[in-house]
Design a protein around this ligand. Structure first.
Ligand code: F6R
Length: 642
């Protein structure tokens, strides 16, 4: 397997791992490596005049892989004439041309763009009568067996460890069959079906047995969101609760990971346990903070014995005794805390996260959706404004797909009443209202909204964002709506970022010439809007880097609604008093369309303001547990050097 050849890590370092894993710097590079592996196999089979039987997956994970295969076909003449493909699964029931269908997915992402024979790809049929499914599944397996089995199986992994749709509890000898989807799986899928209610409850999936019989298996996983299940599958026991753990017994399988998904593997999270490490400052902080939290002891209470008993005696030998290390890390943590996120004027800033000068800074907060600014850094936002900085906020996308249909109608109804009561011309408003009502009444699940409805939804979010910014104290000149075009597809699936997105972002940075930029560093979902918004900012900054004002520009990354920074990574922690927590909550309340049963709830049933409060409280609690001051809540930031 060529991927294994790229891997420089020794088996000793991997000794906690029971599956061959290879970690790549990014999902892009990893996907290319997987595509290269597939291409090599296809060509080898071509030479031998043999068919190549591929097992394929859907979902967000293999998208770049398919894009790369298409590129190899178009630019490097990779032919798929000898490929026979079998997809893992399909929702049931499902029409092949529905937006969410895996038939459509595979055609749009791969099959329509390569020269595979139309009769040579197979995707479980979601239109069958229930009574016919069992026979159909037998035939599906028989077809694979008749070809000598799957040569190479591509897999993703679910948050619960499912492979295909073999959910927790699937046995190793399970066959291709109709299954009931797990709640976690349905929640993950619900974003494509406009809510859980519309999400199918069942699916047809290839069984574990057939997957295990594949001659070679590549499982891919990206992003921190998958890190826990990757650790469980790779390092944990083989259990039906985590079906991917069965792959520990596969003779030729590899897990292809990126930095995020591999971050909880022992060799990555606590490398000092695995091998002799070079103790740099970052690693010492990570190790000591981790030790203190694990032992539930304040940093200053850690003893030599604690270090020795937890695989860190090395650190004592190389760096000094426990007392000195404890104080060093305690001070480091202490220096991250500041009530002056824009820098404290006229103060010694040698041990503060931000510079004292200039005392009045120009600040630009990028908010991917119209509410991320207040949810993720509302307390800091208010402090920056109250401490006299020139604060600008840029709402990067319209966020229009996250507004419920009835909200759109309620607001257009309001406009009609408004016009009527002030004697304004109402003809056009009524026309739009009627068109919107008619469309929404007949709208099929996940049908793309017509332009008028999208527009109304975008305006609702705009007015909410403005309300929050006014509440914080900003004026119209400080509020910027970027409406980045990549977002405007009307569906969850977004376009890749383009030149126009980068230009809009560069123009705004040029105009404001900020001393501080705040951006969302939520990278849990590597294909999500936040990641794309961040990539656009990175690209804009790269292109502007040589401008003289950029020398004074610092970039701070915040997190919030979905995940929080690890304590050891935090470089600025902005504390909040109980009344500041309340003030932030009221700021979040301005986003009424995102309250009380939102369109994209995710797996977390709490409201956004509750998630934000819980996270901020948790950060403060951890600082407290580590032996630092006890605050009601804290917002956390990491500085990104570009
Ligand atoms: C899809 C499939 C599933 C996905 C898994 C991960 O054909 O069989 O097992 O691979 O749910 O989905 P993503 O890649 O969207 O995170």
């Amino acid at each position: 397997m060529i991927i294994s050849k790229i891997d420089k890590v020794t088996s000793f370092e991997k000794r906690f791992e029971k599956i061959n894993t290879v970690i790549f710097e990014s999902s892009e590079v990893a996907s290319k490596a997987a595509a290269a592996e597939i291409a090599t196999l296809i060509k080898k089979k071509q030479k031998a005049n043999e068919m190549c039987v591929l097992g394929l997956a859907t979902g967000s994970t293999p998208k770049r892989l398919y894009a790369e295969l298409v590129r190899l076909h178009k630019e490097e003449n990779l032919s798929f004439k000898n490929v026979i493909a079998f997809n893992l699964d399909e929702y049931y029931p499902m029409e092949p041309d529905a937006i969410q269908s895996y038939v459509r997915f595979m055609k749009e992402l791969l099959f329509n763009h390569v020269d595979i024979e139309p009769g040579n790809y197979h995707i479980p049929d979601g239109t069958l009568e229930k009574k016919d499914i069992a026979d159909y599944c037998k035939e599906y397996e028989a077809k694979i067996d008749a070809l000598g089995g799957i040569d190479l199986q591509i897999l993703g992994i679910g948050g619960n460890g499912h492979i295909g749709f073999n959910e927790s509890g699937s046995l190793p000898n399970s066959k291709t069959r109709l299954v009931t989807l797990d709640h976690i799986t349905r929640v993950a899928a619900s974003k494509d079906f406009q809510g859980l209610y519309n999400t199918p409850k069942t699916a047809i999936t290839l069984g574990i047995k057939q997957i295990m019989q594949a001659k070679q298996v590549i499982l891919m996983a990206w992003g921190e969101g998958k890190s826990s299940i990757i650790k469980a599958s790779v390092e944990g026991p083989i259990t039906e609760q985590v079906p991917a753990s069965y792959l520990q017994e596969h003779p030729n399988s590899v897990f292809i990971l990126d930095n995020g998904s591999s971050s909880k593997l022992t060799r990555v999270s606590t490398p000092w346990i695995v091998e002799k490490v070079e103790w740099n400052e970052k690693m010492i902080k990570k190790a000591v903070v981790g030790l203190a939290l694990r032992l539930e002891k304040p940093v200053l209470m850690l003893t030599e014995a604690d270090y020795i008993e937890n695989g860190m005696s090395d650190l004592l030998t190389e760096v000094g005794d426990a007392y000195d290390i404890n104080i060093r890390i305690f001070n480091k943590l202490q220096h991250t805390i500041t009530g002056w996120p824009g820098g404290k004027p006229n103060a010694d800033d040698s041990n503060r996260p931000e510079r004292a000068n200039p005392a009045k800074k120009r600040v630009l907060i990028f908010s991917p959706h119209p509410d991320d600014d207040i949810i993720s850094m509302g307390g800091t936002f208010m402090r920056l404004q109250n401490q006299g900085h020139e604060v600008h906020v840029a709402y990067q996308t319209s966020g229009n797909i996250a507004v419920a249909d009835d909200e759109a109608l309620r607001f257009s109804d309001f406009v009609i009443d408004y016009n009527r009561s002030f004697g304004l011309d109402n003809r056009k408003s009524i026309e739009i209202y009627k068109k919107a009502t008619e469309f929404i009444k007949n709208k099929k699940t996940s049908e793309i909204d017509i332009e008028e409805v999208r527009n109304i939804k975008g305006l609702i979010r705009r007015s909410e964002a403005r309300a929050t910014s006014y509440y914080v104290g900003l004026t119209d000149e400080q509020i910027h709506f970027n409406d980045l075009p990549f977002y405007e597809t009307g569906t969850i699936e977004k376009n890749p970022p383009g030149e126009e997105d980068i230009k809009i972002t560069m123009d705004l940075i040029e105009k404001i010439k900020p001393h501080q930029i705040y951006a969302a560093g939520d990278l849990a979902d590597p294909h999500g809007t936040h990641k794309v918004c961040l990539d656009i900012i990175f690209e804009a900054l790269k292109r502007l880097k040589t401008k003289s004002y950029m020398k004074d520009c610092w970039l701070w990354l915040y997190r919030g609604a979905w995940q929080e920074w690890d304590i050891e990574d935090i470089e600025m922690a902005v504390p909040m008093s109980p009344s500041q927590v309340l003030a932030k909550r009221y700021g979040i309340f301005k986003h009424q369309s995102q309250k009380d049963g939102v369109v994209f709830q995710g797996s977390d049933s709490r409201e956004f303001w509750q998630r934000a409060e819980d996270r901020n409280k948790e950060t403060a609690t951890k600082y407290d547990e580590l032996g630092l001051a006890h605050y009601a809540a804290m917002e956390a930031f990491v500085r990104y050097h570009f």
